[in-house]
Design a protein. Structure first.
Length: 322
């Protein structure tokens, strides 16, 4: 299956920037798209709900202005992440906003629904659904998704536990549509490796936290820069869903990373201890295992430029060794 036109052109690198809960906003998305990778943000980051339409207008106008000045280097498309789970009371509103502004790409999470996909398809949008295993991948395509994001072991935040080699192999055995890979991808060589094993795109999140345009705190950015794979802790404690988090934030939240409680954070009685407890994402920071490659806080343009140099160098090495 050929890639949709929106994903075949305008990208300087086969990368989709992952939507970062709380952190991604128009400033970051615009910078990502201008640098030539798909920029994205969770619809729920726009609060109150009325702000979503303002954000979409800002992004569309900024990218149109860029393309007018740089017709030879047009911006990449942008995506909005929609949480499809029944607990998202804003879903209908946010889908209407997406349809009004004709959001080109929609990343759906936590559920696959035919009606949601139909709503996005009604205006010509493309749906990519994130999955952590092959069974969920089948369900997403059966419900009408156009493409998939394979969230493998090592991804930041809510993550899968399956090796990227196994997950991509299983999905590619039956699905030939758009496929992105998520999980510890932080170098251009890793982007090329994702494509080598069958993905069309790399799905990258954590490296974009340590950029000038990201609205993460300076402390969070420096923790990404200082961290490596052994600074990442996987647990279901904080949200009830398995995820990967920075050890430094867990320590700061009052927990021993080597001896975490088995209860869900929501069931723990912090009131008896006279405290509310740390909040996931705000106080407990998500991060993938690939952050050892992040050496400094840089601009989005600099990060994408580094990835492109590494990608080209890795490609050249393969040609020389062939």
């Amino acid at each position: 299956m050929a890639l949709p036109e929106i994903l075949r052109s305008k990208l300087s690198l086969p990368v989709i920037a992952a939507p970062l809960f709380i952190l991604s906003d128009p400033k970051l998305v615009i910078a990502q798209c201008k640098a030539g990778v798909v920029g994205s943000f969770p619809a729920l980051n726009a609060r109150p709900a009325s702000q979503l339409d303002e954000w979409l207008h800002e992004i569309i106008e900024a990218l149109a202005a860029h393309d007018k000045v740089h017709p030879d280097q047009p911006s990449a498309p942008f995506a909005v992440n929609q949480i499809v789970h029944r607990t998202n009371e804003r879903l209908e509103h946010d889908l209407e906003a997406a349809a009004k502004r004709k959001v080109p790409l929609v990343i759906t999470s936590l559920g696959a629904r035919e009606d949601v996909n139909a709503a996005i398809h009604s205006y010509g949008g493309v749906v990519i659904h994130d999955v952590i295993n092959d069974a969920f991948a089948h369900k997403a395509i059966e419900k009408g998704a156009d493409g998939l994001i394979a969230v493998a072991a090592g991804a930041g935040g809510h993550a899968g536990r399956i090796s990227p080699f196994a997950l991509i192999q299983e999905i590619r055995s039956w699905f030939d549509g758009p496929l992105a890979l998520s999980g510890a991808i932080a170098t251009g060589g890793a982007v090329l490796a994702a494509r080598a094993i069958g993905a069309d795109f790399a799905y990258i999140g954590s490296p974009f936290i340590a950029t000038d345009e990201c609205r993460a705190s300076a402390e969070y950015k420096q923790a990404i820069v200082a961290g490596a794979s052994n600074d990442i802790v996987g647990t279901s404690l904080f949200t009830g869903v398995f995820g990967n988090y920075l050890k430094t934030s867990i320590l700061k939240g009052g927990f021993d990373p080597n001896s975490l409680p088995t209860d869900n954070l929501k069931t723990m009685n912090f009131e008896k201890a006279g405290a509310e407890g740390p909040k996931p994402w705000k106080d407990i920071w998500g991060s993938g295992q690939g952050i050892g490659a992040v050496k400094a806080v840089v601009s989005v343009a600099e990060l994408v430029s580094r990835l492109k140099r590494e990608y080209d160098a890795a490609s050249a090495r393969l040609v020389r060794s062939a």
